[in-house]
Design a protein around this ligand. Structure first.
Ligand code: SF4
Ligand code: SF4
Length: 64
Protein backbone atom coordinates (compact mmCIF):
# COMPACT_ATOMS: atom_id res chain seq x y z
CA UNK A 1 0.00 0.00 0.00
CA UNK A 2 0.91 3.63 -0.38
CA UNK A 3 -0.10 6.84 1.27
CA UNK A 4 0.54 10.53 0.71
CA UNK A 5 2.46 12.88 2.96
CA UNK A 6 2.71 16.65 2.84
CA UNK A 7 6.26 17.70 3.57
CA UNK A 8 7.23 20.64 5.75
CA UNK A 9 8.05 22.91 2.80
CA UNK A 10 4.31 23.34 2.19
CA UNK A 11 3.51 27.03 1.64
CA UNK A 12 -0.16 26.67 2.70
CA UNK A 13 -1.54 27.80 -0.66
CA UNK A 14 -4.71 25.72 -0.04
CA UNK A 15 -4.82 24.32 -3.61
CA UNK A 16 -4.79 20.71 -2.45
CA UNK A 17 -7.55 21.14 0.08
CA UNK A 18 -9.74 22.97 -2.45
CA UNK A 19 -9.39 20.27 -5.09
CA UNK A 20 -9.67 17.09 -3.02
CA UNK A 21 -12.96 15.32 -3.84
CA UNK A 22 -12.80 13.31 -0.61
CA UNK A 23 -12.11 16.26 1.69
CA UNK A 24 -9.11 14.27 2.86
CA UNK A 25 -6.82 17.28 3.16
CA UNK A 26 -7.17 18.99 6.51
CA UNK A 27 -5.46 22.01 7.98
CA UNK A 28 -5.15 23.85 11.24
CA UNK A 29 -4.67 27.05 9.26
CA UNK A 30 -0.91 26.66 9.19
CA UNK A 31 0.00 23.05 8.54
CA UNK A 32 -1.66 20.67 6.10
CA UNK A 33 -2.27 16.96 6.54
CA UNK A 34 -3.81 14.16 4.50
CA UNK A 35 -6.18 11.78 6.25
CA UNK A 36 -5.06 8.48 4.86
CA UNK A 37 -8.30 6.67 5.67
CA UNK A 38 -10.31 8.88 3.34
CA UNK A 39 -7.70 9.55 0.64
CA UNK A 40 -8.29 7.46 -2.50
CA UNK A 41 -4.85 8.26 -3.97
CA UNK A 42 -6.52 9.97 -6.94
CA UNK A 43 -3.50 12.26 -7.32
CA UNK A 44 -5.39 15.51 -7.92
CA UNK A 45 -3.76 17.27 -4.98
CA UNK A 46 -0.31 16.38 -6.27
CA UNK A 47 -1.18 17.85 -9.67
CA UNK A 48 -2.18 21.23 -8.25
CA UNK A 49 0.59 21.63 -5.68
CA UNK A 50 2.80 24.44 -7.00
CA UNK A 51 5.91 23.24 -5.21
CA UNK A 52 5.43 19.47 -5.54
CA UNK A 53 5.56 18.85 -1.81
CA UNK A 54 2.94 16.06 -1.63
CA UNK A 55 4.91 12.86 -1.76
CA UNK A 56 3.78 9.29 -2.37
CA UNK A 57 5.18 7.05 0.32
CA UNK A 58 5.34 3.28 0.04
CA UNK A 59 4.21 1.60 3.23
CA UNK A 60 6.34 -1.22 4.56
CA UNK A 61 5.15 -4.66 3.54
CA UNK A 62 3.12 -6.23 6.31
CA UNK A 63 3.22 -9.96 6.92
CA UNK A 64 0.25 -11.62 8.54
S1 SF4 B 1 -4.90 11.96 -3.66
FE1 SF4 B 1 -6.99 12.64 -4.13
S2 SF4 B 1 -8.21 11.90 -2.39
FE2 SF4 B 1 -6.09 11.84 -1.75
S3 SF4 B 1 -5.75 13.78 -0.69
FE3 SF4 B 1 -5.12 14.04 -2.84
S4 SF4 B 1 -6.92 14.87 -3.89
FE4 SF4 B 1 -7.59 14.00 -1.93
S1 SF4 C 1 -1.00 22.43 -2.65
FE1 SF4 C 1 1.06 21.98 -1.81
S2 SF4 C 1 1.83 23.95 -1.05
FE2 SF4 C 1 -0.38 24.17 -1.39
S3 SF4 C 1 -1.29 23.73 0.65
FE3 SF4 C 1 -1.27 21.82 -0.52
S4 SF4 C 1 0.65 20.78 0.05
FE4 SF4 C 1 0.82 22.94 0.67
Amino acid sequence: MKHLEITSVCIACDNCRAVCPEKAVITNGKEYYIENWSCTLCGLCQEVCPIDCIKTVNDPIQFK
